[in-house]
Design a protein around this ligand. Structure first.
Ligand code: AMP
Length: 406
């Protein structure tokens, strides 16, 4: 029996998202989400994707990540997809911060885990949860290859001119303060898929990728390699997001502390959780914001305009960084679904060779597609991202290699 199944785990502080894929044909066998781990009201939603199995839900306390993964294993076993199956080839983990060391997906051993732990000070909100997920999965199947796929890896090709902040070099180096970038798995996948859509090799294409989800980031990709991205030391920098402010004058923080009397933790929460679209208008879902705009809501309109203004600045900035742009690709929840965002982001940029065809932009589809008119010099694309498939693909490739070498 060949082993071609990969379990992909995305462990957050109180949640675990998972997908089981069969890499023989890149199909999805099951997916699900455990939420509110550690609370009384935990919930597991499991969706079998083979046969005619319906979505199942469990509610009630799930104490920790170990209990969560055990519950996931039980659900999978009920579908005949148990994690003890010899068909499971490896487990792939999304790891948010790989620092400068991890430029590629990496098979996890004790030394790798220790290095991921060493990065906790620069990723205090994300890496601890990822580490817990890895430990739990290793305990469950110690015999299986476990692979870390890093959100930062794709951005390690950024030149120092883009990666460094203009602050004292010794201080920056001592505290590892630099721009790392995130969403790298998505930017890598989408930039490659965009090249394919254009019928070209990634090496021959320059792309601006706009990953617009609840978190949002832009990247400039030259010949398949990232040369700049909008998130920095943490995912706070850059675009206006669902709940994050993105770029602001760092002195806003001093001002809020000194004059406003807010603590550092309060400012952290304000900028990461209560800013962006939700801070500007009380909603972070673009569907709701568009609905309110259609009803004449001025606050929602202003939030949308600020969002688009920032997006345009990054499109223009990355156009200048790349010099020649072949395509702009929209992806993630907003980028894939919100035609008005795509239209507004590109409006007025005809002199840069950019345009959107209204009819094409209005078509809903799960397939990668072009929405620019035939004559446009720079193609505008909508490319659904698939981080789980990318993690599974990279994990499978490494697991196969590990198998050959053992
Ligand atoms: P993500 O983080 O990629 O899952 O994206 C989540 C966001 O996508 C949500 O907060 C929504 O704002 C947005 N979104 C999802 N579906 C739509 C839609 N049909 N139209 C506009 N925005 C959408």
């Amino acid at each position: 029996m060949s082993s071609s199944r990969i379990l992909v785990l995305n462990s957050g502080s109180s949640s675990v998202k998972y997908q089981l894929l069969d890499m023989a044909d890149s199909s999805r066998l099951a997916m699900g989400l455990v939420e509110r781990i550690g609370e009384e009201t935990s919930r597991l939603k499991h969706t079998p994707l083979t046969g005619d199995g319906a979505e199942r839900e469990r509610t009630g306390p799930i104490a920790d990540h170990e209990a969560a993964l055990k519950a996931v294993a039980e659900e999978l076993a009920a579908d005949g997809l148990g994690l003890d199956s010899p068909e499971l080839a490896a487990i792939g983990h999304r790891v948010v911060h790989g620092g400068l060391k991890f430029t590629e997906p990496t098979v996890i051993d004790d030394a790798v885990l220790a290095e991921i732990e060493r990065l906790v000070p620069v990723a205090p909100l994300h890496n601890p949860a990822n580490i817990t997920g890895i430990r739990t999965a290793r305990a469950l199947r110690p015999d299986l290859p476990q692979v870390a796929v890093f959100d930062t890896a794709f951005h390690t090709t950024m030149p120092e001119s883009a990666a460094r902040y203009a602050i004292d070099v010794a201080t920056a180096d001592e505290h590892r303060v630099r721009r790392y970038g995130f969403h790298g798995t998505s930017h890598a996948y989408v930039s490659r898929a965009t090249a394919k859509l254009l019928g070209k090799a990634p090496e021959d294409v320059n792309v601006i990728v706009l990953h617009l989800g609840n978190g949002a980031s832009a990247s400039a990709v030259r010949g398949g390699k990232c040369v700049d991205t909008s998130m920095g030391l943490t995912p706070l920098e850059g675009l206006v997001m669902g709940t994050r402010s993105g770029d602001l004058d760092p002195a806003v923080i001093f001002h809020l502390a000194r004059v406003g009397g807010l603590s550092i933790d309060e400012i952290d929460t304000l900028l990461n959780k209560k800013s962006g679209l939700i801070g500007l208008c009380g909603d972070n879902d673009m569907r709701e914001i568009r609905r309110r705009i259609d009803e004449g809501d001025e606050q929602a309109r202003l939030a949308f305009d600020i969002y688009i203004h920032r997006l345009k600045k990054y499109i223009g900035g990355y156009y200048a960084v790349l010099g020649r742009v072949d395509a702009i690709a929209f992806t993630a929840g907003v980028g894939e679904n919100a035609a008005p965002v795509r239209e507004a982001a590109v409006a007025g940029l005809e002199e840069l060779g950019l345009a959107v065809d209204g009819d094409l932009n209005g078509v809903r589809s799960d397939e990668p597609r072009l929405i620019s008119p035939e004559y446009a010099r720079v193609k505008v694309a909508v490319v659904p991202t698939d981080e789980e498939l990318e993690i599974a693909t990279q994990t499978y490739a490494l697991a196969a290699l590990a198998g050959k070498n053992s």
